[in-house]
Design a protein around this ligand. Structure first.
Ligand SMILES: NC(=O)c1ccc[n+]([C@@H]2O[C@H](COP(=O)([O-])OP(=O)(O)OC[C@H]3O[C@@H](n4cnc5c(N)ncnc54)[C@H](OP(=O)(O)O)[C@@H]3O)[C@@H](O)[C@H]2O)c1
Length: 247
């Protein structure tokens, strides 16, 4: 499972699931670019965790939803590093609320970050992968994109859209030996879910056959498989990492 000599970009790699993915890919030998948008301290902590354990990483700050910024940042990374071989589209936000009261801004921000961001970063990184005739793109979607959720029409639409993006990119890039897959987490313990009230967490846990929330490392393991040689014949597919809450 060696990723020696490969460069990996993990969007939203500074915290939560993204951090676990960065650590795992670095452990497998990749040079990791840790992307974030607003919290440099978290990105630096992730970088330190990687370098302290002998891995290699750099920080790449940009907003995935900003077309000019994202595309020029990725172009620069490719120029300086030689290539981006692995892209994990993980950056994501929520702006929850019932549809009747949801502001257009909340819809736009969630779609722009979670879905358009994945399109922009993939488009920019795929150029380098096509040149090398090798690449791995993994999109972090969500169980909510499959099951839907009251109060999350924006997030569910973005994550369901990501599934269509995944399959279409997989078809477009297959001849260039670039695989494109999704990992759909259930409820994972991160900043995104930490603040859920106790009674809601209990309710969620009661609906999970494995009877607990997941850890970021559970998701990182699925990403590790998809980018490794073991996952080379898998494309256009989704690994559900959700304790059985959606089958
Ligand atoms: N946690 C769950 O239960 C769960 C379940 C299913 C799917 N997911 C998905 O998994 C992914 C990671 O979730 P998480 O729980 O780890 O989230 P998190 O702890 O809130 O971390 C989000 C990460 O995304 C970055 N980010 C946000 N907006 C960005 C932007 N515009 N440009 C670049 N980076 C941006 C953040 O950087 P800053 O700190 O700089 O803002 C941070 O690194 C998301 O796509 C989420 O939808 C999570």
């Amino acid at each position: 499972m060696s990723l020696n000599g490969k460069n990996a970009l993990v969007t939203g790699g500074s915290r939560g699931i993204g951090r676990a993915v960065c650590l795992r890919l670095a452990e497998m030998g990749a040079h990791v670019f840790i992307n974030y948008v607003s919290n440099p301290a978290a990105a630096e902590e992730t970088m330190k965790l990687i370098t302290d354990s002998g891995g290699s990483a750099d920080i790449a700050a940009f907003d995935v939803a900003d077309a000019d910024m994202a595309q020029s940042a990725i172009k620069t990374l490719i120029k300086e590093a030689g290539s981006i071989d692995i892209l994990v589209n993980n950056a994501g936000i929520t702006r929850d609320g019932l549809m009747a009261r949801m502001k257009e801004d909340d819809w736009d921000m969630v779609l722009d970050t979670n879905l358009k961001g994945a399109f922009l970063c993939s488009k920019a990184a795929a150029r380098s992968m096509m040149k090398k005739r090798w690449g791995r793109i993994v999109n972090i979607s969500s169980v909510i994109g499959f099951a839907g959720n009251a109060g999350q029409v924006n997030y569910a639409a973005a994550k369901a859209g990501m599934q269509g993006l995944t399959k279409s990119m997989a078809r477009e890039f297959a001849t260039r030996n670039i695989t494109v897959n999704a990992v759909a987490p259930g409820y994972i313990v991160t900043d995104m879910t930490r603040d859920l009230p106790g009674d809601i967490q209990e309710k969620i846990t009661a609906g999970i056959p494995l009877a607990s929330l997941g850890q970021p490392e559970d998701v990182a393991g699925a990403v590790a498989y998809l980018v490794s040689d073991d996952g080379a014949y898998v494309t256009g597919n989704t690994i559900h990492v959700n304790g059985g809450m959606y089958m």
